[in-house]
Design a binder for this molecule. Structure first.
Ligand code: NAP
Length: 372
């Protein structure tokens, strides 16, 4: 059996990956080793009654014993340790959740329901670096892969509503701590069901801007707020998250740059888990709801079309409904303007910790195990 090192397994993505691997019995097919940057030697997880102890993720020798390394530790870690391992002579496979190597020439972005041929070709070509795509890109591509595969999209505006857990474990804890900070305030409690509404709103606003509001991770409150910038500022008006959308989508689909246009605004919202996106897209021709539904649902088993009406949209097309499931919900399909241009709106919701992060990694592991 192959030795598989898991780095970053207690983080947001890593813990979801671990859970999925348990559910799918992936640990039966490998010899797992768990690594940490902070708690070397501590007890790690127990799998089928066997206790594992944590190895040092900064120890090149210990890492180099692995046939495959899956890391959910983040770009800062990968940027340092991947080249160090290669310099050390390591010949294994590296599967990464972080963005740092996605656009590298000798890497393959993994989303096998969409680009299995590319993954197989990369393996045939001797590629050993496999990277999960950006979460919003991945979810949109999976949801609309029927349209992408048929080459029916001319351009797309992707306005994302990204959850706190998309930023990592510290951030999601902070959002919950912000909620708790608000609800534990005695003035808020007193005013919640009686008394002046104006006083309640004033007190809530004071608390949101209070120095004691927990905001170390996000630097601003996320509760009752939206943050219209994710990742670094590229200096050209785009955030790095927005740039990733266009370049990664082209790479995943194996298209040359500029084959279609994709841009938008990436916004952090006070949702715990699941990213949503409001998409405006120009199709090559006018498409009935029936044709759209058939195209997207036949592309992969995870897409669920939600009819464009109020009752189903508010019930089925939300993070609350989709959280912790592999479904990608696609709805609000409508022609935007009455003129002849084929411009449509659509709304997608998917769990960014599953299809947007952990699931492509564990599926890549299994593809690899089938080939080695
Ligand atoms: P994360 O939750 O911050 O975890 C990364 C590491 O931080 C952990 O493995 C852990 O390492 C350490 N850590 C520090 N404080 C922690 C705490 N309180 N709880 C748990 N772990 C803590 O990051 P992540 O969201 O999983 O993201 C990992 C990588 O995946 C990033 O490159 C990210 O860009 C990418 N990604 C994330 C998502 C997403 O939705 N979150 C989606 C796609 C891709 P030690 O055990 O070594 O201390």
């Amino acid at each position: 059996m192959r030795k598989v090192g898991l780095v970053g397994w207690r983080g947001m993505v890593g813990s979801v990956l671990f859970q999925r691997m348990l559910e799918e019995n992936d640990f039966h097919a490998i010899l797992p080793h768990f690594y940490t940057t902070s708690e070397v030697g501590s007890p790690g997880p127990r799998i089928h009654g066997i206790p594992y102890f944590l190895k040092d993720a900064n120890d090149i020798q210990a890492l180099a014993e692995m046939d495959i390394i899956i890391t959910c530790q983040g770009s800062d870690y990968s940027r340092v340790f991947y080249p160090l391992l290669r310099d050390f002579g390591w010949k294994g496979y590296w599967i990464d959740a972080a963005s740092v190597f996605r656009m590298k020439k000798d890497s393959c972005i993994i989303l096998d329901p969409v680009n299995r041929e590319q993954i197989d070709k990369a393996l045939d070509d001797g590629i050993q670096l496999f990277v999960g795509g950006n979460c919003s890109v991945t979810l949109s591509l999976l949801g609309l892969s029927g349209l992408f595969k048929a080459g029916l999209i001319e351009w797309m505006s992707l306005m994302t509503y990204q959850s706190a857990s998309g930023a990592g474990a510290r951030h999601v804890r902070e959002l919950i701590a912000q909620s708790s900070y608000m609800s534990q305030d005695s003035e808020v409690s007193n005013l919640l069901y009686r008394g002046s509404l104006i006083s309640l709103l004033k007190r809530v606003n004071e608390l949101m801007n209070h120095t004691e509001m927990p905001k170390k991770a996000f630097s601003v409150p996320l509760i009752g707020n939206v943050i219209p910038w994710i990742d670094n500022d590229l200096g050209d008006g785009n955030s790095r998250e927005e740039w990733k959308g266009e370049v990664e989508a082209h790479k995943i689909l194996g298209l040359r740059s500029g084959s279609f246009f994709l841009n938008g605004l990436c916004v952090r919202v006070g949702v715990i888990r699941c990213h949503s996106a409001a998409i405006t897209m120009k199709l090559k021709y006018d498409m009935s709801e029936r044709e759209f539904l058939d195209l997207i649902e036949s592309a992969n088993p995870w897409v669920r079309y939600v009819s464009n009406n109020k009752e189903e949209s508010i019930r089925e097309l939300t993070p609350a409904r989709i959280s912790n499931s592999l479904k990608i919900a696609v709805g609000r399909y409508k022609k935007m303007f009455s003129n002849s241009e084929s411009i449509y709106s659509v709304f997608t919701v998917g769990d960014q910790l599953l299809w947007g992060a952990a699931e492509p990694l564990r599926r890549m592991l299994n593809i690899l195990l089938g080939r080695l």
